[in-house]
Structure formats: C-alpha cells, structure tokens
Design a protein around this ligand. Structure first.
Ligand code: ATP
Length: 217
C-alpha cells in the first residue's frame, strides 16, 4: 500500500467531525471521496496535506509517517500537491511565471501535459475557468509530488463544460501517472474519474466501492 489512513479522529472544537476514518490507497489509484456537505471530506484532505493535525490516528505515505501522536511532518516536507477550489493562481503573473514560480525550467513540458501550449504569456484573467484549473494543475505537478489532492475541482466550472473538463482532467492524471485523491459531492464526478470511491458519512467511512475504471500503474 501507498497511503495509509488509520483510525483518524479529529475535532475543530468540541465535537468530533472525523470519528475513526480508515482507508488505504495503492500507488497509481485515482480515488474519489464522496459525501454530503459537512461529512468531513475537506477535513480529511487537509489532514493528509498537513494543514490540520488529527487528535488520534496515523497517516503514512509509503514507509514514512506523516503524522501520528509523536510525529508531525510539515506540509512542505510531505511531497503532496494540493489544488484548491479557487485554483489560487497569482493574478499578476503570466501562465509561464505562475508555473516557473513553482519550479524553474519546466513550464514547456507542463503546458504540453495540460494541453495549453501557446498560452504561456496569458494572465489568469485571460483564461477560462477550465484553463485556469489546468494551469493550477500544471503548477502543482511541476514539483513532481508523490500524491495529488484535489478539493472539489469542478465546483467553479460551467455545468455545460463539465464533461469536457472531466475528460481533460482524466487524461492529464493518466499522462502524469500520479496517485490522486479527489474530494467531490457529485457522484458523476466520482464515477467518471475514480477507480475507487470512498463515501464518508458523519465523519466515518460508510462505503468503499471499486468502479470499472482501471488503475493507472
Ligand atoms: N475551521 C473550522 N472550524 C470549525 N468547524 C469546522 C471548520 N471547518 C469545518 N468545520 C466543520 O467540520 C465539519 C466537516 O467539514 P468539512 O469541510 O470537512 O466537510 P465537507 O464534507 O468537505 O463539506 P462541504 O462539501 O460542504 O465542503 C462540518 O460540520 C463543518 O462545519
């Protein structure tokens, strides 16, 4: 196994919002975490990234403990890429500058990966939502993370374009061969992209289902 999530308990204040979450992910998988609003999807992602620390339980990536009772590896030491809902591109930098800021010398390859060759001198406001998302992915993948986390990647995008954008994302993940966790509340996103769907309910894993999609590696 590649990523181990073991008996994670977490509360922001009084009430636990994660109550013993357990799952594992193999290398090359695209896993969707599905669940209603408030079920704890973003929280588990933030704990994996290291933006929050669980009160109980262990997170391991390959043979390294990322966080446990005694250990806490800072987010920047985890080799995990995170793409937020709003993509968070620097508005005053071009596409090329946004990618070069993350990693020098790689923008050409990365723009090829996300099919945006020729867009290097545009500013974020000159791109569509889907294109901005691809730049954000290019920037995150440029540093070659071991694991990619996507929080509601489609929430800001036009319904009409969703099919195309889902397909684009699927192709990029396949080309990049990166293990990915996608948080979504939309079943269609989960079935279109993931080989495994983990459903959270009230801070617990309710169900784990394998889809027909093949694992990439
Ligand atoms: N910073 C915070 N402080 C206190 N409570 C929080 C905080 N962030 C989230 N919560 C609470 O924790 C619970 C889980 O939130 P979380 O954002 O993980 O759910 P989610 O499944 O991602 O929801 P959504 O689909 O609406 O984004 C919710 O009850 C939420 O109100």
């Amino acid at each position: 196994m590649f990523l181990y999530i073991e008996d994670i308990w977490f509360k922001y204040d009084k009430e636990f919002v994660l109550k013993g979450v357990d799952f594992q992910i193999s290398k090359g998988e695209t896993v969707a975490i599905l669940g209603e609003s408030g079920s704890g999807k973003s929280t588990i992602l933030r704990i994996i990234a290291g933006f929050e620390r669980q009160q109980k339980g262990i997170i391991r990536l390959e043979d390294q403990i990322l966080s446990s009772k005694n250990k806490f590896l800072l987010p920047e030491k985890r080799h995990i890429g995170f793409v937020f809902q709003d993509y968070a591109l620097f508005p005053h930098m071009t596409v090329k500058q946004n990618i070069e800021y993350a990693k020098k010398g790689k923008y050409k390859n990365m723009l090829k990966l996300v099919d945006l060759e020729g867009f290097e001198n545009r500013y974020p406001h000159e791109l569509s939502g889907g294109q901005q998302q691809r730049v954000a992915l290019a920037r995150t993948l440029a540093v070659e993370p071991k694991l990619l986390l996507l929080d509601e990647p489609f929430s800001n995008l036009d319904e009409m374009l969703k099919d195309k954008i889902r397909n684009d994302l699927k192709n990029i993940l396949k080309k990049a061969k990166i293990t990915t966790i996608i948080v979504t509340h939309d079943k269609n996103d989960a079935y279109a992209l993931a080989n495994k769907i983990i459903t959270l309910k009230d801070g617990k894993v309710e169900n784990i289902e394998n889809t027909k999609i093949k694992v990439m590696m």
